[in-house]
Design a protein around this ligand. Structure first.
Ligand code: PEP
Ligand code: MG
Length: 751
């Protein structure tokens, strides 16, 4: 290796300069000069982000000096503002052609064409922007971008160590004001607390090092230590209980051995960076790749790698340890760019009120786990890392989709009231846990929970639910790095059955596709994925996948009760084909003389209008049905269930929807086939009341809805309700929402 490679030479010169203890401004002036000459460019400019969110030009080589401390840009304004907002480099052969380009006459930059800029990132937040320009039109090489990124890291180090103590350069400080930022609700709920950064900002104190071998050794030992930590966690007793945690940790471990990643870090060390700075450099590249990646699988993997990088930095700098996750105080709200599910599981659930992410998606692993834990999550919250300081008071409204940082007294008291009401309601729900779920006139209503992870079993016990009415088996696939093999599936289902004890569990076979993305199964892009190749359609086209799953289910339920249903069935023949496949697997058990389940029931979801209208033909074939109102009504109303613009547009309590459901309920009654509603509709007390009025007596709801639904049903009289519904459905109203609400009020049902 050439010890005096250009980047190393540049870093050394910058370091010597910094050691000179010059005053802040002359230091910066010299610095931009050195960078420009080393990189053979005409201009080098340095912008810092002030506390008031304005980027100010602090030093420039090659531009008019009058512009220094005069040129200002907002975040997102111009090319420089864009780099700050996105936090990723820009490499433009002809800057003026960029739609964001804004010409600043005071700088005299009209003669420059190319522009490359990188963010200066300090403790995970953008602290400024460093740019270079040339008079010629040219694209910068990838190595040049990397050099500038490395230099930006050195400047970030300087930013706190020297600049802040220099009075002349001290950023303008404005009083911290309240900000409200909107985001996407990933896991519903309300939370109030203080902000805690998930990535405790490890201050990388030493960015450069002369001793490459020593840094490589530090990297090696940190990597070994980290791998060891994963091994310990995987074999730890906590993990043995939660199957999915183990899968997640295995994914991390796999990445910890990724050669490509290690090689990149090694190369960065060879340019003169310390081990920790090298990991951070590569992490910045990952972030920039992530911002451009549209493939959800790729984004998810890059996200995993990013959280692994943060972990590695903490290990290298000696900041990794148990104390980290004890940093949570009472009522903490975690703030992060992104977070892996394993990290979320590391926190103390009792102290954790909510999570706010700059990134995050509804299908990301952390969201799935947070939902299971009942922690509200708001994602896609732009600039939350910049706008928040550690310990700021914060309100997460993951219902309306916004977060309020440093709320005013008014807002605080409004939310305080809702949270207080919520807390006392929760107490009331908890108090009715062991009371029977029976109506006033003694009708038993079965209340099950919807689940998908082993940790959901806790909710089943906590809420006193009758069992699991829908176990979404695809969740195991969604949180695994590789296709769960038969044995892994079997052990997963065995754990579910063991934890459920005597309570019944209805397993739904894989419903992959649509919003349920499985990383390792490449989906072709479909115009209408909700109506595409998903659920049982995939199972019948890939019978191997379905048969292995059925085999795993049968074997895990040896000597026990096994209930299975199929998703997204469009006609009776599909169900019959699936049933035949299942019976082949049962015969296989006979041939092998393996123990069979002591009782088997086979049913189907009703999620398509075609199957709903074919119910008379279907019922003789099944042991039970479960109506999936989430999908069924998106097809019924032709309204995408995931589109917020449409939510609330069509009423599930419209007479048309209720008559449709009544038809199914009546048919099931006539054929004596049990019917459950497992879509979200049943999770709302008013809707559940309407369903009871239609004659349905079994619901599978999200765990947090057991309390409210049970409270409602213990206040109703089924006979009176059913006769009310009969009249109401003939009353000619388009929606029965209001009449039902009036009925509930008059009868004190929601008191
Ligand atoms: C449904 O569609 O109502 C349902 C319960 O299935 P999922 O939400 O998993 O699609
Ligand atoms: Mg569905």
């Amino acid at each position: 290796m050439n010890k005096d490679s250009r980047p190393r030479h540049l870093l050394r010169r910058l370091h010597t300069l910094m050691a000179d203890k010059k005053d802040g401004q002359s230091l910066l002036n010299e610095m931009v000069g050195i960078i420009a000459s080393n990189m053979a460019v005409d201009v080098c400019s340095l912008y810092f982000l002030r506390d008031d969110g304005i980027l100010e030009l602090f030093a420039a080589h090659g531009l008019r000096q009058e512009a220094v401390h005069k040129t200002e840009l907002r975040i997102g304004q111009g090319v420089v503002g864009l780099i700050a907002r996105e936090g990723v480099p820009l490499n433009l052969a002809e800057a003026s052609e960029h739609p964001k380009f804004e010409f600043r006459p005071e700088t005299g930059e009209e003669m420059f064409h190319s522009l490359m800029g990188v963010p200066i990132i300090k403790q995970g937040r953008v602290a400024g922007v460093l740019t270079v320009q040339t008079a010629e039109t040219r694209q910068y090489a990838e190595e040049e971008v990397e050099v500038l990124q490395t230099v930006a890291m050195v400047i970030a180090e300087l930013f706190t160590s020297q600049l802040v103590s220099d009075k002349n350069l001290k950023a303008v400080s404005v009083a911290a004001h309240s900000v409200t930022i909107s985001g996407k609700v990933l896991a519903e709920g309300l939370a109030r607390g203080v902000a805690v950064f998930h990535e405790p900002k490890v201050d990388i104190v030493n960015v450069t090092s002369e001793n490459v071998d020593e840094e490589l050794d530090r990297l090696d030992s940190a990597l070994s230590l980290m791998r060891q930590q994963f091994d310990d966690m995987i074999s730890g007793s906590d993990v043995a209980q939660a199957g999915e945690t183990k899968d997640i940790l295995e994914t991390y471990k796999m990445f910890a051995y990724d050669r490509g990643w290690q090689e990149k870090i090694t190369k960065a060390i060879e340019t003169g960076l310390t081990a920790e700075a090298a990991v951070e450099r590569i992490q910045q590249d990952l972030r920039s790749k992530m911002s451009q990646a549209h493939d959800p699988y790729l984004r998810e993997r890059l996200g995993d790698l990013e959280s692994l990088s943060s972990r590695l930095i903490r290990v290298i700098t000696g900041h990794y340890g148990d104390e980290e996750h004890h940093r949570l105080t009472e009522n903490s709200v975690l703030i992060a760019m992104n977070m892996g599910p394993a990290e979320l599981l590391d926190y103390d659930r009792k102290l954790l009120m909510g999570v706010v992410l700059e990134e995050g998606s509804a299908t990301s692993h952390v969201t799935i786990v947070a939902k299971a834990l009942g922690i509200p999550v708001l994602g896609r919250v732009k600039n939350i890392l910049v706008e928040t300081q550690e310990h700021d008071p914060i309100i997460v409204d993951a219902v309306a989709g916004r977060v309020v940082v440093r709320p005013s007294e008014n807002i605080e008291s409004t939310y305080g009231k809702s949270l207080g009401e919520r807390a006392s309601l929760l107490e009331k729900y908890a108090a009715q846990k062991s009371l029977p779920s029976e109506t006033k006139d003694g009708v038993k209503i079965d209340l099950y929970i919807n689940a998908g992870l082993i940790i959901d079993l806790e909710s089943m016990h906590e809420t006193g639910a009758d069992g699991i009415g829908l176990f979404r088996t695809e969740f195991q696939f969604m949180v695994s790095a590789t296709l769960p093999r038969m044995e892994e599936q079997k052990s997963h289902y065995s754990k579910v059955l063991k934890n459920a004890g005597k309570k019944p569990v209805v397993f739904r076979t894989l419903d992959i596709g649509s919003d349920k993305i499985v990383p390792f199964l490449k989906q072709t892009s479909e115009e209408n994925p909700a109506m595409g190749w998903r659920g049982l359609r995939m199972g019948l086209d890939r019978p191997g996948l379905l048969r292995y799953q059925l085999r795993a289910l049968l074997e895990s339920a040896a000597g026990k009760e096994l209930n299975i249903m199929f998703p997204m069935v469009s006609n009776v023949s599909e169900f019959k084909t699936a049933k035949a496949l299942f019976h082949k697997e049962v015969e296989r058990l006979d041939v092998l003389k393996k123990t069979k389940p002591k009782r088997i029931t086979l049913g189907t979801m009703i999620e398509t209008p075609s199957l709903a209208w074919d119910i008379e033909q279907l019922l003789p074939e099944v042991d039970f049905v479960s109506i999936g109102t989430n999908d069924l009504f998106q097809f019924f109303f032709a309204a995408d269930r995931g589109n917020p613009e449409l939510s609330g547009r069509y009423d599930l309590l419209s007479a048309s929807a209720l008559r449709f459901l009544r038809h199914m309920a009546q048919q099931c009654q006539q054929h004596n086939v049990p019917v459950t509603i497992c879509g979200e509709m049943a999770s709302s007390p008013l809707e559940a009341m309407a369903l009871i009025a239609l004659g349905i007596k079994s619901f599978s709801v999200s765990p947090s809805s057991i309390g409210p639904v049970k409270m409602m049903l213990r206040n109703i009289n089924v006979e009176s309700l059913q006769s009310f519904m009969k009249t109401a459905l003939n009353g000619g109203e388009e929606s029965l929402r209001k009449p039902l609400l009036d009925y509930a009020r008059q009868n004190g049902i929601f008191d």
